[in-house]
Design a protein around this ligand. Structure first.
Ligand SMILES: [Fe+2]
Ligand SMILES: [Fe+2]
Length: 200
């Protein structure tokens, strides 16, 4: 069973790319004119995602890649994670009305985007070239470890996610859920016999 799950698992390089895409999308929601509540929610959500991602890379990805790809970029990547953690700690101490709050968040964004560009243009292709046979097994470990980490900080994830939604996004999420529920009732297992569509 474990082997089947490993074979179905996405590669670790694609999981890392997905994380990068997610955090970039959250960065792009941030505007200086947003309410304090939305700013706090977006910043908390970004910080938590980055902490989780950096720890996963350091536990699972970097040690294996370093064995076959040991260079300056490989050595500076954990250092950049530590710079990111310093900025995250500073942002958590600040109130959103602090005159330096926006600039500190944009500084984090610049650091992360630069780091992501290095990983996507050099580290991930190197892993795909040098250790292709290990990528799915590492992907399975990455996903399992992430689940454990999220379970231990579930309240923080739920809280920052809820606060990072604007009223427009909340409305869109609610509409999607309502539509999904309506379709389930209309066509799904809860549908009454006379409301089900004929297969013919
Ligand atoms: Fe990284
Ligand atoms: Fe990364």
């Amino acid at each position: 069973m474990a082997t089947v799950l490993t074979q179905l698992a996405p590669s670790i390089t694609n999981l890392i790319r997905l994380d990068h895409t997610h955090v970039a999308a959250t960065f792009h929601q941030y505007e200086t004119t947003l309410s304090d509540r939305l700013k706090r929610g977006i910043v908390d959500s970004v910080c938590l995602s980055l902490e989780t991602h950096a720890q996963l890379e350091e536990e699972i990805f970097y040690p294996v890649l370093r064995l076959v790809f040991d260079n300056d970029l490989m050595r500076k990547s954990p250092v950049e994670h530590d710079e990111m953690r310093t900025l995250i700690a500073r942002l958590r101490q600040m109130v959103t009305t602090d005159p330096m709050f926006d600039e500190s968040f944009f500084e984090l964004m610049r650091l992360v985007m630069h780091h992501v560009a290095d990983e996507e243009s050099q580290l991930l292709p190197a892993a795909e070239r040098l250790i292709p046979e290990q990528l799915q097994d590492m992907g399975a470990r990455f996903a399992k470890r992430r689940f454990e980490m999220m379970a231990s900080r579930g309240g923080e994830y739920a809280g920052s996610f809820a606060r990072s939604l604007s009223p427009r996004m909340l409305m869109s999420t609610a509409t999607t859920l309502l539509n999904g529920g309506f379709l389930m009732v209309r066509h799904g297992p809860m549908a009454r016999p006379w409301t089900r569509r004929s297969a013919f």
